[in-house]
Design a protein around this ligand. Structure first.
Ligand SMILES: *Cc1c(COP(=O)(O)O)cnc(C)c1O
Length: 366
């Protein structure tokens, strides 16, 4: 790969990250005990406005652990948007529960609350909104439906650290929420995840289950089947540094998006992320939808961009289409929107010149 290639994503690593990680290794606390774990959990909870945050090994197991700890499993159904990264469905399926796919709002690409109620059955246990590409789902409407039908709400906030509705951050709206700190997410720990909640008992249960459900009174005695879903102190050190810089990182993501928006504002062929009036977007990925494009045209466009040293990626495919799920569901918006959407390079160290180059190149190709 040549040095001019502009990747889709790149973490922002400064001397602070290097210092904290070096400190963690030097201290010899390299596994899942150590001061950075406690600090990262406490500071992340504070950032989200929740009582608890439980650090785990990645965002996928965060979902699995949360769903499992809420006693959701075989015979149960969880309603989720059809457009998401596959981990949302897989982690639920791993518990034995069935994902029930619903449609999205074409404006903000998140679950459409108006489509939820028709899918509720006696087996429905929870609604799992996804804050897609950094845009918060309509949590007020979702929580109202959940309350009416006595359902739990689990936010998949993997892509939206810092996004909010009014001043209330994602991660604090549901019974619990899950985050990812994968290398391309808004905050990273390399690999990592978090569960946030206000529920004392649920948080304690998650901590217990992530550590093989080992009895506190009797070592190597396990009262139920648990997991090793622990985060390491080294990962948490990286997370502490990122969290210290979170306001800067969020400001820069907004700045990057604004520069793109400026370049595309007069195009009637391409529209970028839309943000609902009640939402504060954390702009994980810049989304570009190309009017009238088919899947084949989109794939060809991405190859042409690559020739010009610009990385891009397609929107997620509807999860219901995956061969091991292969379900026809009534989600027309999802089935149409995924075909002409791509994500453009989105990271805080992109220069203004690069953004102008990417935008002008894309506009010249459509
Ligand atoms: C990234 C992501 C996950 C999974 O996180 P990992 O840390 O990669 O396991 C889950 N859900 C969504 C919506 C994601 O984007």
């Amino acid at each position: 790969m040549n040095s001019n290639f502009i990747p889709i994503s790149k973490p922002s690593i400064t001397q602070l990250e290097i210092d904290y990680v070096t400190d963690a290794i030097t201290s010899t606390w390299v596994s899942s005990l150590g001061p950075y774990i406690d600090r990262f959990e406490a500071e992340f909870a504070k950032f989200c406005g929740t009582k608890h945050a439980v650090a785990v090994s990645n965002g996928t197991v965060a979902i699995h652990l949360a769903v499992h700890a809420l006693n959701i499993g075989k015979g149960d159904e969880v309603i989720m948007p059809n457009l998401s990264f596959i981990a949302t469905a897989n982690a639920v399926m791993l518990t034995g529960a069935k994902p029930v796919f619903t449609d999205i709002d074409p404006f903000n690409l998140c679950i459409d609350p108006a489509k939820i109620e028709a899918l509720i059955t006696p087996r429905t246990k929870a609604i799992m909104p996804v804050h897609l590409y950094g845009h918060p789902a309509d949590m007020r409407a979702i929580n109202a439906i959940a309350e009416k039908h006595s359902l739990m709400v689990i936010e998949d906030a993997a892509e939206a650290h810092g996004a909010s509705i009014d001043d209330k951050k994602v991660g604090s709206w549901g019974r619990c929420a899950t985050f990812s700190f994968y290398g391309n997410k808004n905050l990273t720990t390399g690999e990592g995840g978090m569960i946030t909640t206000d529920d004392d008992n649920f948080a304690a249960k998650c901590r217990y289950l992530r550590d093989h459900a080992m009895s506190k009174e009797k070592r190597y005695w396990h009262t139920t089947m648990g997991f090793n879903y622990r985060m390491t102190n080294i990962q948490a050190a990286l997370g502490c540094a990122q969290l210290e810089r979170v306001e800067e990182l969020m400001r820069k993501r907004q700045f990057v998006f604004d520069l793109y928006q400026n370049e595309f504002s007069s195009s009637d062929k391409i529209k970028l992320n839309r943000t609902s009036s009640w939402a504060h977007n954390s702009y994980w990925l810049v989304c570009a939808e190309i009017e009238g494009y088919t899947e084949a045209m989109r794939d060809e466009l991405m190859l042409k961009l690559k020739d010009k040293n610009i990385d891009s990626r397609p929107y997620f495919y509807p999860m219901s289409m995956m061969p091991y799920i292969s379900e026809k569901v009534d989600t027309p918006v999802t089935y149409s929107v995924y075909k002409n959407g791509i994500n453009l390079p989105s990271y805080v160290d992109l220069t203004e010149d690069e953004i102008v180059y990417i935008s002008k190149t894309l506009l010249s190709l459509v």
